[in-house]
Design a protein around this ligand. Structure first.
Ligand code: AKB
Length: 339
């Protein structure tokens, strides 16, 4: 990406938004227009010149964003996560799917104006997978992109629907129209595992127990973990997540054999995360008080995913394994954050 880019970032205030805006500014890319339903965090206001506050389900927001375009690249981060989505599934559908559809429509229109594909980077999730029970999860091993696509949450259904909408807008849009579009969008999707950041704490997700355990221990606060000690999910730290997004968005199109890619770094159990936290914060007061329903969601998600396609097609490699993630990134940064 170079200085001619005009980049739109939705959900800019979220966990990924923080890291991505800093990384893009460090690269000296062109114009960044950020949007979020909340006012922009002060820490981002210094780096982000253009910000539009608005609701992704509000057509008025799109009228305003459209005036800021045409965009050459879109990072669509706005989303209601799994636990919050289960509390209000219809709201989640409006935000996660209707919001995405409106953005795909705008990106398609901008592709027409630019007469070249607008790159549309979409973070999906392991939540698109739905394993019927714990035995099947334990038997399944690392899951490939096209396996067990039977999500058991509204959020998972939303993410899978948006993957299909993105594929449709970039390969089949208006296929019966007599006038073929001048250009389609260039849809690229990453399926993220649970993400752990030292700078931000997640809200409304089901993989949140990982980062919550660490951030509570760093503040000396007791934490009741809502999953069993043996609960296992794939995770990644935020610097690797940001790097994966930038690697994929910059990969030459002809190198990409698919539009949706798994990425992961490590798959510790909740007990193993606690041991890593305890190595840094021996006083950590963590109890396991499983929430049956949230545990059920975790049991329906894969323990690990196969990200060989991302490794083969665009050279994905995590920089942080489990130990290094805690020792060299998470622990030093959260110590500093709560010092
Ligand atoms: C969630 O827990 O909802 C997210 C995710 C795994 O996509 N962090």
């Amino acid at each position: 990406m170079d200085s001619s880019e005009v980049i739109l970032i939705t959900g800019a205030n979220g966990e990924i938004g923080h890291g991505l805006i800093h990384a893009l500014c460090a690269r000296g890319v062109g114009r960044i227009l950020a949007t979020d339903v909340q006012p922009l965090d002060a820490i981002l206001a210094t780096t982000c010149q253009e910000f539009v506050q608005g609701d992704i389900t509000d057509p008025a927001l799109f009228a305003e964003l459209d005036r800021g375009g045409p965009f050459t690249t879109v990072f669509h981060l706005a989303s209601i996560l799994s636990t919050k989505a289960e509390r209000d599934p219809e709201l989640a559908h409006r935000v996660n799917v209707d919001g995405t559809l409106a953005l795909l429509q705008m990106a398609h229109a901008h592709s027409q104006r630019l007469r070249r594909p607008v790159r549309f980077l979409y973070p999906s999730s392991i939540a698109v997978h739905g394993l019927p029970n714990l035995e099947a999860k334990q038997r399944a091993g690392p899951i490939a992109e096209d396996e067990w696509l039977t999500p058991a949450t509204m959020y998972g259904c939303n993410k899978l629907a948006c993957e299909h909408l993105g594929r449709y807008y970039s390969t089949h849009y208006r296929r019966l129209s007599p006038e073929p579009p001048a250009a389609h969008i260039d849809f690229r999707c990453l399926r993220f595992p649970g993400l752990i950041s030292a700078q931000t704490v997640p809200t409304g997700g089901t993989s949140d127990y990982g980062p919550e355990m660490l951030h509570h221990a760093a503040q000396g606060k007791p934490y009741a973990c809502f999953v069993r000690p043996d609960a296992r999910l794939p995770f990644m730290v935020m610097p690797d997540a940001i790097r994966a997004m930038l690697l994929l968005v910059e990969a030459p199109r002809q190198q990409l054999r698919r539009q949706v890619y798994n990425v992961t770094s490590f798959s510790p159990s909740a007990e193993e995360i606690l041991q890593a936290v305890r190595r840094a914060f021996p006083q950590a007061q963590v109890s396991f008080e499983p929430d049956v329903n949230r545990q059920g969601i975790v049991d329906s998600w894969p323990a690990d995913v196969d990200d060989s396609a991302a490794r083969d097609d665009w050279g994905w490699r995590p920089e942080y394994g489990f130990e290094r993630a805690f020792e060299e990134y998470l622990v030093p940064a959260v110590r500093q954050r709560y010092a």
